[in-house]
Design a protein around this ligand. Structure first.
Ligand code: FES
Length: 102
């Protein structure tokens, strides 16, 4: 298989015990998955999107991480935020406005 250019992790707060009850999930991270996947494809970005367990920065959620760049974003609460992040990614750049890590 061909590896995707980017792998975007979307925290959905999954717990070992089962229920997704953490901060990112409660703030609506699940609702953004389809938009993120479709919008990336519409832009011609070769992206795989995966849901993850808690990434341990709950207070800044919803959190996503873009690899291989290792860009960590918080406050990803709307389609508009995803648009800004993907705008930057198309340029190969960090979207500093939502960056939560150095
Ligand atoms: S629940 Fe998303 S970072 Fe903890």
């Amino acid at each position: 298989m061909k590896k995707p250019d980017y792998h975007i992790l979307v925290c959905n707060s999954f717990r070992i015990a089962g229920d997704a009850q953490g901060a990112c999930n409660k703030k609506g991270a699940t609702n953004l998955l389809q938009y993120l996947t479709e919008e990336a494809a519409d832009r011609g970005l070769d992206v795989a999107v995966s849901c993850t367990a808690c990434l341990n920065v709950c207070s800044q959620g919803p959190v996503i991480v873009v690899h291989p760049n290792n860009y960590w974003y918080g406050g990803v609460e709307s389609e508009a935020v995803i648009d800004e992040i993907l705008d930057a990614l198309e340029e190969g750049e960090l979207c500093e406005k939502y960056s939560i890590a150095d």
